[in-house]
Design a protein. Sequence first.
Length: 308
Amino acid sequence: MFNKINNTTFDKIVKPNKNDKVRVIIGDDKQPDFKPQFKIEKWDNECNVSIRLKDKDTYLPEEEGDKVVSKKQKHNTRFYEIDNAFEFDVVLKEKPKSNILEFTLETKEVEFFYQPEISDDEALKLIEGIKKQNTKLKEERKDEQPIPTLLEAKRKIRPENVVGSYAVYHSSKRDNEKYKTGKVGHIYRPKIYDNEGNETWGSLKIEGKILTVEIPQEFLDKGIYPIVVDPTFGYTTVGSSIAYTSQTMYGTKASGSAGTLSGGSLTKQVKVDGAWKDITNIMVKVSGVWKDVTSASIKDDGSWIKLF
């Protein structure tokens, strides 16, 4: 449940740890009326991101269970927590004049990294790695892994909701005990669905202090209203783009991945600004304590595969 600061503003501490404190604010506590705004503060407000729907109307918000809702003539806004993330729903009650929703963007000490589609070359590397592993499995008379298609390989590396999304990082601090990778969170590709459960993806774009969500016009033309547009802000620091073969687990700076989980004769690397660099150690947090990783396995199609 949210804490009600006043009639127009709510907040919630979603991660209380001092070194990793995350606070979410719905509305603007500096304004006398309600603003359809979501704000996340990280590291005790050392970094923050505010996303506000461009809207001239002002209405008092209501609490509906675990949601904060603002009801208007042509659309509603809804704010609520899901697993390690917050939803900022815009519920369109009728066909809008434009297929683009605009949000203002205010930030402090953060930078955004766009997550494009995975290239064919990256996907082919994954496929070739699986083929090599299958050769070894065949020699050992073990079950082989299914060979993914090019598109399936891309989705293993970067899930569909991450393609076209933005990773959010501290603008200057990372790679230490407090800041870890420096990841603040992730603005995922928005899912759009109508009243009969039909769905599509929206296109996300950040330019300067404006964030836009473009809705396919055909979906607005043929959809059954109300139609929900649901930008999601994830505040977990777990990487959003990752894939593996028996040899390498790939990760990029923009996705927040810790890099490859491999050892011994295998490589340990992280991709920074397009270049793969060696990493010296891998750590995992257990009950609030960071510990070295001495072995790791991953699960694929119900089977555990040992990496090192």
